[in-house]
Design a protein. Structure first.
Length: 303
């Protein structure tokens, strides 16, 4: 078992069955696509974009085992395992580790607002100490707009100091690149083996130059190949301009619904548009506009 490789990750969307249950086999196959023809170096299933907090605890407990049964490479997956209840986060993280997947993305406990730094530290410390396995690799998940529970830089630094390589990195979904760079500066970033992932591919070069490890993005469900081409060139290239244009297109729509609609069109499988309540699919008007935007984006691809 190894730490997750650095690079371009998709925060994978989740397919649902007609009764609202997670379609586990379909998610595994989709993540296999993302890490091959889909252009991703890795995937982060059951995070925010994957509607992870709308998926039952029972199904998430079984998910990593299904990835293992399919022969999915452990270093290419970071499973979302954060929960309001510390024991739930422990159980989900241990289930992933026991299935051979040591890399977990852990939200802070997000129900009680304005927790102290000490309280946040105790949550992550209790998870790590209870599991008690040096193979575990925890990625802190900073997403204050959604969780309303930010992870302060000082808490990240303290956890890294206390637990070394077990605290492997951080996903910064704040959308503020200065925040990601602050985490990198304080922790040492990739030079200190602390892997920070901003949430937008538009920040790729700025992040890499500032000590980040890559990106974990919702829009790379559809646009990872653009990102890989842009990464292979330079920040001022036409290829990277296309990356930013693709991200701009995605940002015009509810991201999860838009990525699912694009997957439905790619595969000809309309069941991909199912959302877990309270989220809903794109409206007919949004679908029409998205199709037009995608056609324009395709027409603007550099030669």
């Amino acid at each position: 078992m190894t730490k997750a490789i650095r690079g371009i990750y998709a925060a994978a969307v989740s397919p649902f069955k007609e009764d609202g249950a997670l379609d586990t086999a379909k998610l595994v196959a989709y993540c296999q696509y993302l890490t091959t023809d889909g252009g991703c170096d890795g995937v982060a299933p059951t995070g925010t974009t994957g509607e992870g907090n709308s998926i039952s605890f029972r199904q998430k407990m079984e998910l990593a085992g299904a990835f293992a049964d399919a022969g999915f490479e452990p270093q290419r997956a970071i499973f979302g395992t954060g929960a309001c209840a510390t024991q739930d986060a422990i159980d989900l993280s241990k289930a992933a580790l026991d299935a051979g997947f040591p890399n977990v993305l852990v939200l802070p406990p997000f129900y009680y607002k304005n927790p102290s730094d000490e309280g946040l530290h105790r949550y992550f410390a209790q998870l790590i100490e209870t599991i008690g396995d040096d193979r575990l690799r925890v990625y802190l998940y900073h997403f204050p707009q959604m969780s309303a529970t930010p992870i302060p830089v000082d808490v990240a630094v303290r956890l890294k100091k206390d637990f070394g390589p077990v605290v492997a990195g951080l996903k910064d979904s704040s959308g503020d690149m200065s925040q990601a760079l602050a985490f990198a500066k304080a922790t040492g970033g990739v030079d200190a083996d602390f892997d920070i992932y901003p949430s937008s591919e538009a920040f790729l070069f700025e992040g890499l130059e500032g000590g980040c490890a890559g990106i974990i993005s919702g829009s790379t469900n559809a646009f990872a190949n653009y990102v890989q081409k842009g990464k292979a060139e330079c920040a001022d290239s036409a290829a990277f301009a296309q990356v930013k244009a693709a991200r701009g297109t995605a940002s015009k729509y509810p991201l999860m619904a838009a990525m699912k609609q694009l997957e439905a069109w790619r595969t000809g499988d309309d069941t991909w548009t199912r959302m877990a309540p309270p989220l809903v699919p794109l409206s007919d008007e949004q679908k029409t506009n998205l199709k037009a935007d995608m056609e324009a984006l395709k027409a603007s691809e550099p030669a």
